[in-house]
Structures are given as structure tokens and as C-alpha cells.
Design a protein around this ligand. Structure first.
Ligand code: 3HC
Length: 311
């Protein structure tokens, strides 16, 4: 790229201006946005699978209606984000293809199973809680369509987190068996939730450039620390124990000291070897294949309509 154009572009970013799709942008900026927004969108869509699994088995009609609304919201979040990615010149089909053949990622957390109803509460509480931590700063990201999508998405995320926390609170305050289930869900989902924020800063290949371009507003470890600081008191309120014997408040730092997730597990999961990666991609591939007749029908209808208009 032309150094003058690059300098002018960086000055716009530093001045807090929004970059719109038709503006000049460095190729690397465009590529990073397609990667991040695309994988964010894939996360929303794949994220529907672990929770969708429990819609027909919710314990009450009220919980079923709440979970249905939440899973439906996630589809909408995926839609806003795919539309934002399309403004960068990549089609929905191309980006979907890259998910289906494993060239693009989605959030590691969705490669863990939801084994029972307590997991649904823990997913809302921890996973949506982590997603809020990561998405709220992205409302100020430099790319206009992404920032506007984030503003809309964040409005719904707090409902997602609250409904999960309420569901797991019910069990933590319920029978001893229910409390045991809630504790077991926390034990299994705590470290995978910490992994959602990405590798530690020293291993983050994209952070420096993404922060210079305001595609990322905070480092991975910063947001992870914020999530731990906010979640520990919530677990205490529930009478549940975070599965980390070295977790403790550090007065000097003004934060909790905590044990990092197992990074070898993290890199295995994002390489495709997590507990549910095969099932998740198989489910998305099946949905794509099963929907081919709808796409073909719509295209045939659109073509017929177009030729009629020109006849
Ligand atoms: N899951 C899968 N891959 C991950 C990951 C995770 N939790 N964390 C990092 N990675 C990947 C990165 O994508 C990158 O691989 P790539 O080059 O093939 O894309 C590699 O690990 C190195 O990590 P970096 O920290 O260098 O990468 P980023 O700068 O992209 O940071 C991120 C990763 C923090 C996830 C950032 O991309 C981001 O903020 N993305 C947008 C928000 C998002 O996707 N949030 C999580 C899902 S949203 C959600 O949970 C839905 C909610 O409704 C429940």
C-alpha cells in the first residue's frame, strides 16, 4: 500500500473516525475484518447448537420460551454480522463455505457439550457473560458496519446473561442434587469460558495490529481478567466454587489472581480436535445441504421474475 494513503488512514483511525465500506482501506485491514467478523458470525450460528439441543427438553414452558427467544436472537446476531462482512466484498456463500470446510473458525467454547439443564444456565451466565465482556468494547470499533452491528447485539446480550444466571441460581438454591449439577456445570465450563478471550497476549498474533486499527479495543488478557473479577463474586453469591484452588484476591493488583486455562487444550480445540468439533461442523454441513432446495427455488423464482420484467 501507498505510504501516504496508509498514514492518512491511520490518522483517521487515531482520530476515532468510522471507516465505511466505500472508504479506502489497507488490504490487511479488510482481510482482518473479514476474518474477525466472519468468525464472530460463525460463532453466533454454531453457538445455537449446544443450546438448541435443550429447547425440547427445558424443564418448564417458561424456560422453553426464554431459551427459544435467546437461540433465535443468536441467529439474528449472525445475520447482522454476515451483512457487515458482506460490505467488505465477501459473499455470504463464500464465507459459509469457509466455515463448512474448516478454513474459518468459530469460538472454541461451542466445541464443548451441554450435558444437562444446569449447563444451559452456566452457558448463559458464563459464555454470554464472557461474550458481553468481549463485545461491549467492540461497539467502538473503527469499522462502521461492525460497530453498528455490535451496538444492536449488545442490547440483547444482557438478557442472554441474565436468563442463564437466573436458571443456574434456581438450581444452586434448589435441592442438593440440583446444587451438585450447578457446581458440576461450573467445573466443566469455567476454563473453556476463559479460553473464549483468546490465547495469552504473548501468544496473540493479531492483537498488536488489530489494536492499532481499533479492530480490537482491549488485549485478550485484559478482558479475561475483567471477566474473572466480575464472575467470582457472582459464583460466591450462588454458593458455588470456582474450580481453581489458586484463585485469590490480590489487593496490590486490585484483581483476582487466577490459573490460566490449559493452552495446549485450547490450541487442540481450535485446530479442530475438541470434544464436539466434528458434530458441530457435521450439523452445519447437513443444514447447508438440507437447505439447498430452498436456495435453488428462491434463485429460480428470482430469475423467472427478472426475465418477466425484461420481457
Ligand atoms: N475460539 C476460536 N479461535 C480463537 C479463539 C477462540 N476463543 N481465540 C483466538 N482464536 C484464534 C484467532 O481467530 C486466531 O486464529 P486465526 O488467525 O485463524 O483467526 C488465533 O486464535 C490467534 O488469536 P489472536 O488473539 O491473535 O486472534 P484475534 O486478535 O482475532 O483475537 C478474539 C481473538 C478475541 C476472539 C477476537 O477475534 C474477537 O474479539 N472476535 C470478535 C468477538 C468474538 O468472536 N467473540 C466470541 C464469540 S461471540 C459469542 O460467544 C456468541 C455469544 O452470543 C454467545
Amino acid at each position: 500500500d501507498d505510504p501516504e494513503k496508509l498514514a492518512a488512514f491511520q490518522a483517521r483511525i487515531d482520530a476515532g473516525e468510522k471507516i465505511e465500506p466505500k472508504d479506502w482501506m489497507p488490504e490487511g485491514y479488510r482481510k482482518t475484518l473479514i476474518r474477525q467478523i466472519g468468525q464472530h458470525a460463525h460463532s453466533e450460528i454454531v453457538g445455537q447448537l449446544p443450546e438448541g439441543n435443550w429447547i425440547t427438553r427445558a424443564p418448564t414452558l417458561e424456560r422453553k420460551a426464554i431459551l427459544l427467544a435467546k437461540v433465535q436472537d443468536e441467529a439474528g446476531h449472525g445475520l447482522y454480522l454476515y451483512c457487515a462482512a458482506e460490505t467488505l466484498g465477501v459473499s455470504r456463500d463464500e464465507i459459509t463455505e469457509m466455515l463448512l470446510d474448516g478454513r474459518m473458525k468459530y469460538s472454541s467454547i461451542f466445541n464443548y457439550p451441554t450435558l444437562n439443564w444446569a449447563d444451559i444456565g452456566a452457558v448463559g451466565w458464563l459464555v454470554d457473560g464472557a461474550a458481553i465482556m468481549n463485545q461491549v468494547p467492540l461497539q467502538r470499533t473503527s469499522f462502521g458496519p461492525y460497530s453498528r452491528a455490535m451496538i444492536r447485539i449488545c442490547k440483547e446480550e444482557s438478557f442472554h446473561q441474565r436468563q442463564g444466571y437466573d436458571a443456574i441460581r434456581k438450581m444452586a438454591e434448589g435441592t442438593p442434587e440440583q446444587k451438585k449439577m450447578a457446581q458440576d456445570a461450573l467445573n466443566r465450563l469455567w476454563y473453556p469460558s476463559l479460553m473464549m478471550f483468546g490465547p495469552s497476549d504473548k501468544d496473540s498474533v493479531h492483537s498488536a495490529q488489530s489494536m492499532a486499527w481499533k479492530i480490537k479495543m482491549n488485549t485478550n488478557d485484559e478482558l479475561r481478567q475483567k471477566f474473572v473479577d466480575q464472575t467470582v463474586p457472582q459464583a460466591e453469591y450462588l454458593g458455588l466454587t470456582i474450580p481453581d484452588p489458586d484463585l485469590k484476591w490480590n489487593e496490590e493488583r486490585g484483581h483476582y489472581d487466577y490459573t490460566d486455562p490449559d493452552w495446549s487444550e485450547f490450541f487442540e480445540v481450535i485446530k479442530g480436535n475438541g470434544p464436539c468439533n466434528v458434530d458441530r461442523l457435521a450439523a452445519r454441513n447437513k443444514a447447508w445441504d438440507d437447505g439447498a432446495w430452498v436456495r435453488d427455488g428462491l434463485l429460480a423464482h428470482a430469475k423467472k421474475k427478472a426475465t418477466r420484467q425484461h420481457a
